[in-house]
Every structure is written in structure tokens, then in C-alpha cells.
Design a binder for this molecule. Sequence first.
Ligand SMILES: [Zn+2]
Length: 302
Amino acid sequence: MRLRPAHKLLLLLSLAGMFLAPSRASAQILKPCAGGITLKINASVTTQGSLLLTEVLGAKTVIGISGEWDGRAAPLWRASEKSPVLHGLLGVDLEKAPGHYEWKVSWKTADGNAVTCSVPVTVRAGKFPTERLTVEKQFVQPDPEQLKRIEEDQKKMRAIYDTLTPERLWDGKFRLPLQDMAAGGNFGRRRILNGEARSPHAGVDFPALAGTPVFASQSGKIVLAEELFYSGNTVVIDHGYGIYTLYAHLSEIGVHSGDAVETGAQIGKVGATGRVTGPHLHWGLTIQRARVNALKIVERQP
Ligand SMILES: [Zn+2]
């Protein structure tokens, strides 16, 4: 959304708070398992909306290795075919109940024995501010026809996020979706729209002028390029292994569903379509269905 001076001050204050607040992240964990395999995770304590980096070391000869996080498959991949290290990303959904969880890895030894090894992970509540906004009435009290559209949109998005493409479509580092724009905010904010509580804000907002080019933050396949009720003109890119980025409220879409895109390809322009209070880019990151702060994937590379 467009930032008024008061909002700019708030943004500065919250950025300062991020640097001044004592870090709640814990040190990385190395867990030795049977057969010379070690599980590595970058933090054993994390917060809602975070991203965890995992590695399986010494996994050269194992068969059928698979990861699991919160009851769901957590894919593992090798940086190169012969590498003894497997990599993985775990998404912590922004509304994941605080508590104790486990990252589990299972495999078979050379003599056919099934082995499971796990690392405990504690999820803490994120500190997300609440904001009150006023939007057009239809976006808070949609009529029956609009409700039907919203349901169709949600079904479409669920089908996308339920699909786990079992290959890596990305290459190298993820980048920000706008040129010369480092400050994105609002992730995780609990929202009150026209006085009514709504689901939290699952993306990062970049205030920008309408027409500003929007770039693919990473290579992948376009799996959605159309207008949705709330997010307006929307593009979703599948990067493989359940990793998706979303670009919303575009004035124009420059790609089609099914297109392959490279990192930095222009996919559209900033706009104010859908439920907005002004032109901005809403950028989302979903990892195996978990809604994660997209800035984390730029800071921490898979
Ligand atoms: Zn947004």
C-alpha cells in the first residue's frame, strides 16, 4: 500500500526494532544419526512465517531418502548428482500453532534396514502488529456472485499449492521482484478491514508507482496468470519442490500460464487491481503450503 509519512515513520521504527531486538533465533543443530549420516538445521527455535534451511550430510550411499515436516513431505535435493549433501527448505506457516515439532528423515541402509532420524524444532509466535484499513465495501462484504468467484479462486490456489513438482526449476539466488527496491513490509500483519477481522497478510508489500516493472524472483514455470477477486491481476511461479512465488495487484500481466521464465524476466507491472488501498506489489512465498516471509528466501539461499 501507499505509505503516508506516518507510515514511513512506523516502517523505520519497525525496521529499527528488528535490528535492536535480541535475536530469538538459536544456533544451528547438527544431529549424528546411524550410518554416518548427520542432520543439520540452521535453527532449532524459530518463529511463525520463517524459513529453515536443512541439510543431510554423508548421504552418498543411502536409498530412498525422504524428509517430513509437520506430517507433510519435505523434499530433499542434491546440489549436484555426486554431492554427498542433500538440501531442503522447511516453511513455517505464519499461523502455525506455536509448539514443538520435528523434522524427520527416513532412508534405507545398504543392507535394507529402514532408519528414521529426527531433529526437534520449536516454533514461537511471531510478533505481528495489527493494522486497521478501509477498503471498498465489496472486498469485506462480497455479494453472492462475488463469493462464488472467491471460492473458485481459492480452489484454484489450493490446487496449485497442493502440487509438488518433484524437480528443481530454480537456479542460483532468489532476487527481489522490483529493481532498486529493498524495503518491503507488512508481512504477517493481523488485519482489521472496515472494522472486521480478516486473515493475516501473507505477503510482503513493496510500495511502488503503477507501471513499475515486476520481475520473476527466480526461474520456474508460470502456473497462474490471471485476475483474481482479492489479489487482482496475479502471477504465480512454480520453482519446483513445492516452492512458489506470487505477484499480486498488477496493472498488466506479461506472461501466460505454462510459460517457462528465467530469473529477472519481466512478468508484469505494478498496479492497484483487487483489494488494495493504492498501487503496490504484493509478493508472496509459499513452501510446501506454508506461507513464509518472502524476504527470507533472498536473505537465506537454498
Ligand atoms: Zn499485500
